[in-house]
Design a protein around this ligand. Structure first.
Ligand SMILES: Cc1ncc(COP(=O)(O)O)c(C=O)c1O
Length: 387
């Protein structure tokens, strides 16, 4: 077995899935705030686009993807962020953003050189670390702090480390904290990466789930040395379709394209046609934002009532909640689990997660309303036991 990955813990979500299965088998009503996979139906016109696109004979899709989809994406990007993308050279449709994030270091880390570090913030979505390890790179996690609004501060990373860095990952709006980055932060971070000839990768799969101002894209700051990863999973409720795109620096995008044929992850043609329908419409996204906003407001009120500290989510469908001093999030999560409430202990997202937990606003609005009632009882019991 590959020794670099031998010591990796079970994929955090796998452990949650197992615990949930046991609860389900016991016939318990479950309020699942664990995995970020919401249950709102995919818009009807998108499903129809998929069905109508399924051909009698289905052949291999191209890695480059359909021209009409790349054009639609470029058009969407221009309207949303004011940035022109050349659909021929600067956009690749992907099978969701996870695979694109995971595979990226395989192409862009040269393991025969010193410059093979990959910097990312922690707590984090686990795939930045995993992709780095599988590709033979050296992970360099930087702990994100509440005082910095969970922004990854490259200006505090030693110069010697930056000189050895090939890739930096940023992810705003952020999973798991919901933090959003101002444009000035993107400018500063981009500037540092340019200075050290580092590829700056921005995972932007949550830019469309916002409740206040629309978040920025890294490409508004610059394209050279910058790559962004987008997805329909959260924006359009299409996690099961596996559809996203990579865009940015044309030299990097073209190099990535050349080697992606090795991976066998080209997005199926009929999925691309459904994706084209999804990127062409904003109404269904507005409706989704409204639903998540209503759920968010339930939990803003609820966590305030419990007296728990949390980062007020301006975007994403996550809450990052701090537990009182001395309470382990694993212990709290296990207690809630006995009431059928599934949350993710902060440790699941790496260092810096201890003492916090994440909820994903996945259950329906009605279930959220029910869940807070159950949670309130569970919380009271937990705190009384602790006293
Ligand atoms: C930060 C982040 N990036 C990427 C992804 C992957 O999304 P997908 O592969 O569905 O596009 C997720 C999914 O939860 C995520 O939270």
């Amino acid at each position: 077995m590959n020794s670099r990955i031998r010591n990796l813990k079970a994929y955090p979500m796998d452990r949650l899935v197992k615990a949930k299965e046991e609860l389900k088998a016991a016939g318990k009503k479950i309020y699942d705030f664990g995995t970020g996979d919401p249950k709102e139906p995919t818009a009807e016109f998108i499903r129809r686009a998929l069905i109508e696109a399924v051909p009698e004979v289905s052949q291999y899709p191209t890695v480059k993807g359909r021209k009409d989809l790349r054009e639609t994406i470029a058009n969407w990007f221009k309207n949303r962020f004011g940035v022109e993308l050349d659909p021929e050279l600067e956009v690749i449709p992907t099978a969701g953003s996870k695979e694109a994030i995971f595979h990226f270091p395989l192409v862009f880390i040269d393991t025969d050189t010193e410059k093979r570090r990959v910097i990312y913030g922690t707590p984090a979505y686990p795939v930045y670390e995993r992709g780095t390890l599988f590709a033979g790179g050296e992970p360099y996690p930087v702990e994100l702090r509440y005082e910095d609004s969970f922004l990854l501060r490259l200006d505090r990373v030693p110069r010697s480390i930056l000189e050895e860095t090939a890739i930096v990952w940023i992810n705003y709006p952020h999973n798991p904290t919901g933090a959003v980055a101002p444009l000035s932060y993107l400018e500063e971070t981009y500037g540092i990466c340019r200075e050290y000839e580092i590829i700056l990768c921005s995972d932007e799969c949550y830019t469309e789930i916002y409740f206040e101002r629309p978040p920025h894209s890294l490409l508004e700051v610059g394209k050279e040395g910058a790559v962004v990863f987008h997805s329909l999973s959260k924006r359009s409720g299409m996690t099961g379709y596996r559809s996203g795109f990579v865009a940015g620096d044309r030299e990097i995008v073209q190099t990535y394209l050349k080697y992606r044929s090795s991976f066998g992850v080209a997005s199926p043609d009929f999925i691309q046609q459904a994706a084209r329908a999804a990127w062409s419409d904003e109404e269904h996204v507005k409706e989704r934002r409204q639903i998540f906003k209503e759920k968010r407001d339930i939990f803003v009120k609820f966590f305030k009532e419990l007296g728990l500290e949390f980062l007020y989510p301006e975007a994403t469908f996550y809450f990052w909640v701090k537990l009182p001093e001395g309470i382990s999030s694993e212990e709290y999560a296990l207690h809630l689990l006995s009431y059928g409430i599934v949350i993710s202990p902060g440790e699941f997202f790496g260092k810096g997660g201890e003492g916090s937990f994440r909820i994903a606003l996945v259950p329906t609005l009605k279930e959220c309303q029910e869940a807070v009632k159950v949670w309130k009882i569970a919380h009271k019991e937990f705190m009384e036991k602790k006293r």
